[in-house]
Write a protein that binds this ligand. Structure first.
Ligand SMILES: *Cc1c(COP(=O)(O)O)cnc(C)c1O
Length: 228
């Protein structure tokens, strides 16, 4: 069995190798460790191996972990799961990033509830790129409206787009989806100062995502093992 530290090193080597193969600098792709359902001891193990960016999916579980690890002040916490509007306050108070913003109501509440003593909350818009009914995220046609709204919010900093492409796509479908994402990302990256993040790629599609311009891969299973 590999240790968490060994798996993080393999993930980082994978990023370097794939990025280099398409002439991208290895440091243009960040590794976000998805620790949902895993114990705090696993997060500490990853942190001690040098990992500083962690993501959680469930609000209550995430907030508890952030509080328990508050002494590790250089961890950057990302919320990547669906957020009900009655849960926005604790998220605005505890996280550095929210990648799963998919409607104006949630964006407005995160802005209004972000504490004054904290810097603006980094947000990504979750995009339902394959128009799947089962998935959250804005449809492509609604993206621009939400971009404009978030840009108008003082305590939010719009950093980019997050997407979860369809599982097990054909090669053609995958290329089409990742291509569309890259095009949308490039469009906003050119015009908005802080828009520097295309969050796409998980354990199973990390390589394809990096080849197609991802700047942040969200890796759970390949670092922490299967979830129960
Ligand atoms: C669970 C999850 C991941 C990590 O998935 P793995 O396949 O375990 O790497 C990434 N992004 C989101 C939004 C998730 O919910």
């Amino acid at each position: 069995m590999q240790t968490i530290a060994e798996r993080i090193n393999s993930a980082l080597e994978g990023i370097t190798q794939v990025a280099t193969s398409v002439h991208r600098p290895p440091n243009s792709v960040k590794l976000l460790a998805v620790s949902k359902t895993k114990p705090v001891s696993d997060i500490i193990e990853a942190y001690e191996a040098g990992q500083q960016m962690f993501a959680e999916n469930y609000v209550q579980e995430g907030v508890e972990k952030v509080q328990e690890l508050a002494h590790l002040t250089d961890i950057e916490w990302h919320m990547i799961g669906p957020i009900q509007s009655n849960k926005t306050k604790v998220v605005a108070e505890h996280f550095h990033w929210v990648q799963s913003v998919d409607r104006e109501k949630v964006a407005r509440r995160l802005n209004d509830q972000r504490p004054d003593n904290l810097p603006a909350l980094n947000v990504c818009i979750q995009l339902n790129i394959d128009d799947e009914d089962s998935k959250s995220g804005v449809k492509s046609g609604e993206l621009d409206g939400l971009v404009q709204f978030i840009e108008s919010q003082e305590k939010l900093c719009l950093r980019g787009i997050m997407a979860i492409p369809k599982a097990n796509p054909s090669e053609e479908e995958q290329a089409l989806t990742l291509g569309k994402l890259k095009e949308l990302y490039d469009h906003y990256h050119k015009s908005l100062a802080n828009f520097d993040t295309l969050s796409v790629g998980m354990s199973s599609d990390m390589n394809a995502a990096i080849k197609n311009g991802s700047t942040m891969v969200r890796i759970g299973t390949a670092i922490f093992g299967k979830r129960g």
